[in-house]
Write a protein that binds this ligand. Structure first.
Ligand code: FES
Ligand code: FES
Length: 208
């Protein structure tokens, strides 16, 4: 069979096209590998790899989980237990949106391993209200319009409740200093401080 000039050009173009695709695929592979090297933050909590059985006490209820030992408390709460009130803002301990209480002390759940929380009483924003009755801090945030988009609010409220049992001075500046780990991109800080001071002055710190 004789190869015409037209056949030759067509075959050459097809080969070049295939080689280009192959090269692109080879380039893409390391990128995918890079993405794979840093697992999605929720992966350890949800599946895969070795798991270990743990029991988390959250808002007074025991939750038995088989969990990756690397899973954070935040992912365990959100992805395994279904309590999505605690927000994942930065996932790096910098915004405070994930703040919960462990034995009454505020902790950043994105930096806490779930396995390390066994035996502690974890309280999330879902556990503050008593039925239809809001915790005084929740009510104060509402009364003072202490949130705008509300994304940081669960962490702000949990942090504020934790603050009530800490040795914090009486001034607004003391509150600001001790709430400085909770970032609000909307700038609702004056109302948040007012809400916290209201609760402190009224001494209405409900037990959690
Ligand atoms: S999500 Fe935990 S500090 Fe930002
Ligand atoms: S209310 Fe929007 S981030 Fe705080």
């Amino acid at each position: 069979m004789t190869l015409t000039r037209r056949d030759f050009i067509a075959a050459t173009l097809a080969t070049a096209f295939a080689l280009t695709l192959g090269a692109r695929a080879a380039q893409a592979e390391p990128e995918a590998a890079k993405i794979g090297a840093k697992p999605m933050a929720t992966a350890p909590a949800s599946a895969g790899g070795d798991t270990m059985p743990i029991t988390l006490n959250v808002n007074g209820a025991a939750h038995d989980l088989a969990i990756d030992p690397r899973a954070t408390l935040l992912d365990a709460l959100r992805e395994r237990i279904g309590m999505t009130g605690s927000k994942k803002g930065c996932d790096h301990g910098q915004c405070g949106a994930c703040t919960v209480l462990a034995d009454g002390r505020r902790v950043l759940s994105c930096l806490s391993l779930a396995v390390a929380q066994q035996g502690k009483a974890i309280t999330t924003i879902e556990g503050l209200a008593q039925g239809e009755t809001l915790h005084p801090m929740q009510q104060a945030f509402l009364s003072h319009d202490g949130f705008q988009c509300g994304y940081c609010t669960p962490g702000q409220i949990m942090s504020a409740v934790g603050l009530l049992t800490e040795p914090v001075g009486p001034e607004d500046a003391d509150v600001r200093e001790n709430m400085s780990g909770n970032i609000c991109r909307c700038g609702a800080y004056p109302n948040i401080v007012a809400a916290i001071q209201d609760v402190r002055k009224a001494n209405t710190n409900a037990p959690v």
